[in-house]
Ligand binder design. Structure first.
Ligand SMILES: NC(=O)c1ccc[n+]([C@@H]2O[C@H](COP(=O)([O-])OP(=O)(O)OC[C@H]3O[C@@H](n4cnc5c(N)ncnc54)[C@H](OP(=O)(O)O)[C@@H]3O)[C@@H](O)[C@H]2O)c1
Length: 211
């Protein structure tokens, strides 16, 4: 299967590497095309740098928007007409840095990033929030854990999106665990109770009901 990864920075490059290792074909795009080209060259067979964000969607079944929350809406607007029929996966945490370099949440308390992103997407798009619940280095080292795979949480309101993101999560070397509907995305993000947890599937499922 083919997945577009838009954003090839700290997280996007890790996601691309683990998906490629699992056999996924990738179309990569970044603000500066050279960044996507370097990543594609490093991955080798099965990864290509697209000409631009729109081109990345060509032939892809899914798109992962590995972008900072502050640029997410503008990229969604740019590629909106190409999203019909595709799974959209968003790992973005709604955080930025304040004037002192401290991490701050960009949304009011209680407002989930998943619901905000849903409002930015064209009607009918299938959304899952996933792949952003661990720091990049933790995520990469937990991929293909043995003997028991690590769980990777996701949220969605859409059954088909759930099936598709579960396939991607397994391709990345994790066991998918649904943490609820889109409005539960807050639990996955920085500061959420399910963030940066490396646990097996049974423990992960037990945690879902504990909030
Ligand atoms: N890094 C982590 O460990 C981690 C963990 C969990 C979740 N996340 C979330 O993942 C998201 C990305 O984080 P990051 O650390 O990967 O950020 P990052 O290193 O700054 O990478 C952002 C990427 O977005 C690309 N980009 C910016 N504007 C673009 C545009 N208009 N079109 C296409 N690509 C564009 C950049 O392109 P260039 O490369 O050309 O500049 C860069 O590749 C954030 O929302 C963060 O909260 C990150």
């Amino acid at each position: 299967m083919t997945t577009a990864v838009i954003g090839t920075g700290g997280l996007g490059s890790v996601i691309a590497r683990v998906l490629a290792a699992g056999g996924e074909t990738l179309r990569l795009s970044s603000a500066d095309r050279a960044s996507a080209q370097r990543l594609a060259a490093g991955i080798g067979h099965g990864a290509v740098a697209a000409v631009d964000n729109h081109d990345a969607l060509g032939g892809a079944d899914a798109v992962i928007l590995a972008l900072r929350f502050t640029v997410l809406k503008s990229v969604i607007d740019e590629i909106a007409d190409g999203l019909t029929g595709k799974l959209v996966v968003v790992p973005s945490n709604p955080v930025g840095l304040d004037a002192h370099g401290n991490v701050q949440r960009l949304l009011p308390e209680g407002q989930s990033s998943g619901e905000v992103v849903t409002g930015w997407l064209p009607a009918g798009t299938r959304l899952a929030m996933a792949f952003g619940s661990m720091s990049g280095n933790v995520f990469e080292s937990a991929s293909n854990r043995s003997p028991e795979p690590a769980a990777l949480f996701y949220v969605t309101d859409d059954d088909r999106a759930g099936q598709q993101v579960e396939r991607l999560i397994r391709t990345a070397g994790f066991e998918p665990v649904k943490a609820g509907g889109i409005n539960q995305s807050t639990r996955l993000e920085v500061g959420g109770d399910l963030h940066d947890l490396v646990v097996g599937p049974a423990k992960a499922r037990s945690l879902i009901g504990e909030a």
